[in-house]
Design a binder for this molecule. Structure first.
Ligand SMILES: Nc1ncnc2c1ncn2[C@@H]1O[C@H](COP(=O)(O)OP(=O)(O)O)[C@@H](O)[C@H]1O
Ligand SMILES: Nc1ccn([C@@H]2O[C@H](COP(=O)(O)O)[C@@H](O)[C@H]2O)c(=O)n1
Ligand SMILES: [Mg+2]
Length: 534
């Protein structure tokens, strides 16, 4: 499909309301656009990768509401699997205190590794796709786990009748051991993974592959989505979708060349076990996929997009580990899609404002989730008691003029009648002196402050604004700084100086350039938002 760079990608997103988990389909692009070299490091051209994308709204909204959104102490679940409970049950709130929404800055947050499941029929290219992902990441913090390693070794009797053994049935795998392995890795321990020999159909009795805990675990295999317990541990599920004829041809070649089989036995096994099991177990599990990759390793665009996503996760991981009060809203393809649009220099002003507003709203909602709360009980229309929470009333917004003003509407929409103050910071010539204008609520010292600025770059302006708030009597721990994008330099600058202040952002970018502009960034946000850029 030819890609029209001028056409807003908004029209290419097909939102499917009816399907709870409709997957994201990543189509093939013309060769001119599908070369890896055309994609920049931060995914600036990722928009080009998704001209026909279907996203499940329900899934996206569910995934967007990460656990920390609740305002309860659920930080450890920040990267929890998509199927884990996202919000506390009503009962879970009972007994919560007004300070429960305040994580202890001295306690490092525990984040589990990000588990990606890769499934698909035999010879669809799962192993190839995973190898490509790992090669491109070139990062030791990613490990590959093959479901094949957990094949049960055949007994001597089974070996004698190997042609009657169904290697494609779920029972052929020791799934309990696989679960044990994943859980150990997720809890930070290493694991001795068995080594399976496809020629003898047995595990090596005396050697193992030591897999160490890491930030990202990729688990691949024909039936990794079959068992609900395994599925539930996954943060992202990818299905490699390759034509059956192509798969059979590849399988014949692979099994004869690499697995010591003859053509007749491959064809017999395929007809008797492989194809029926694909129809009965593998294909039905495709519905669980978040992303479907047609043609496996040939689809460089899809692989690039997934690599970008993992890189984002890894980058954020480090900063969030160093600074426990930095919160990045859980990345979904919906959020990446919005970022792709607003970062595109060719987007129309109308679309820029529209998608910025959507993202800002998400960031504001997440920020509000970090406010303290008090327990509140209400009687429902059924006459029952519901134990819930009451919003924090003592709060206000402060926008850093001018781009911060773009976030005011979203804050007003979420908090009826909220007071919003303003701070103007002006760089005075080259000597770095800054003049400050401020108009703040008189009782600001008694309020929690949501500080608004869509871009955190060097952190200098932010620090000036925060200093002012502190001078006015606002404790740093009562300030939540909301951004759309943050540069790592800005995060270091602000978080080092004010470790108890919280930063909530939707993406952390790569770096600042020599002109102190965020890269890849999105340009002068205020000018683009308020239409003063032409
Ligand atoms: N895009 C491709 N083009 C040609 N051959 C491929 C491609 N992807 C995989 N193969 C080959 O097909 C066989 C099966 O691929 P593999 O990645 O092992 O699939 P799976 O892990 O899904 O069974 C291997 O021999 C591999 O080299
Ligand atoms: N001893 C064995 C074990 C498994 N198989 C076949 O391997 C396929 C799974 O591996 P892929 O890389 O193709 O996903 C599966 O279809 C089994 O039939 C085997 O032939 N012998
Ligand atoms: Mg494989």
């Amino acid at each position: 499909m030819p890609l029209n760079r001028k056409a807003p990608l908004a029209y290419s997103f097909v939102l499917k309301r009816h399907s709870r988990r409709s997957p994201l389909r990543l189509p093939k692009l013309p060769p001119s656009l599908s070369r890896r070299g055309r994609l920049d490091r931060a995914g600036a051209t990722a928009s080009a990768a998704m001209p026909e994308v279907s996203l499940a709204v329900d899934y996206v909204m569910e995934a967007a509401s990460g656990a920390h959104f609740s305002g309860l102490r659920l930080d450890g679940l920040l990267s929890s699997p998509s199927s884990s409970p996202r919000a506390p049950a009503a009962g879970a709130v009972a007994g919560a205190t007004a300070t429960a929404g305040q994580p202890d800055p001295n306690t490092p947050r525990q984040r589990e590794p990000f588990l990606i499941g890769v499934s698909g029929g035999t010879a669809s290219g799962k192993t190839t796709v995973c190898d490509m992902i790992i090669q491109q990441l070139h990062d030791h913090r990613v490990v590959l786990l093959n479901q094949d390693s957990f094949y049960r070794g055949l007994t001597p009797e089974e070996s004698d009748r190997v042609h009657e053994y169904n290697f494609d049935h779920p029972d052929a795998f020791d799934t309990d051991q696989l679960l044990d392995c994943i859980q150990k890795l997720k809890s930070g321990q290493s694991y001795q993974v068995p080594i399976y020999d496809f020629k003898t159909h047995r595990r090596c009795s005396d050697s193992f592959r030591q897999v160490n805990a890491s930030d990202v675990i990729i688990l691949e295999g024909i039936l990794v989505f079959h068992d609900q317990r395994v599925r539930n541990l996954m943060n992202m599920k990818i299905f490699v979708d390759t034509d059956a004829d192509v798969r059979l041809a590849r399988r014949i070649r692979r099994d004869t060349v690499e697995r010591g089989r003859d053509i007749d036995s491959v064809l017999e096994q395929y007809a008797k076990f492989v194809k029926p099991a694909f129809d009965d177990f593998v294909l039905p599990s495709k519905k669980y996929a978040d992303v479907i990759i047609p043609r496996g390793g040939d689809n460089h665009v899809a692989v690039d997009l997934i690599v970008q996503h993992i890189r984002t996760k890894l980058g954020q991981h480090d900063l969030c580990k160093i600074y426990p009060n930095v919160y990045v809203i859980q990345s979904t393809f919906q959020i990446r899609g919005m970022h792709t649009l607003i970062r595109d220099r060719d987007i129309s002003k109308h679309d820029f404002v529209f998608y910025s507003d959507r993202l800002i709203r998400l960031v504001v909602e997440h920020g509000l989730g970090h406010l303290p709360f008090t327990e509140k009980q209400v009687i429902t229309p059924t006459g029952s008691l519901y134990t819930g929470v009451d919003f924090c009333k003592k709060l206000c917004g402060v926008s850093i003029v001018r781009s911060g003003e773009s976030m005011e509407n979203a804050l007003r929409a979420c908090c009826k009648g909220i007071k919003i103050g303003k701070i103007l910071i002006h760089r005075d010539g080259d000597n770095g002196k800054q003049l400050i204008y401020e108009k703040l609520p008189k009782d600001i010292s008694e309020r929690h402050v949501l500080l608004l600025d869509p871009v955190l770059a060097t952190g200098n302006s932010a620090n000036q604004a925060i200093e002012l708030l502190i001078q006015k009597g606002v404790p740093a721990s009562h300030i939540i700084f909301l951004n759309l994008i943050s540069a790592p330099e800005g995060i270091h600058c602000v978080s080092k100086r004010f470790p108890s202040l919280k930063i909530v952002t939707s993406e952390i970018d790569v770096a600042l350039n020599e002109e102190f502009r965020v890269i890849p960034g999105m340009g002068e946000f205020g000018d683009r938002y308020f239409g003063t850029d032409d």
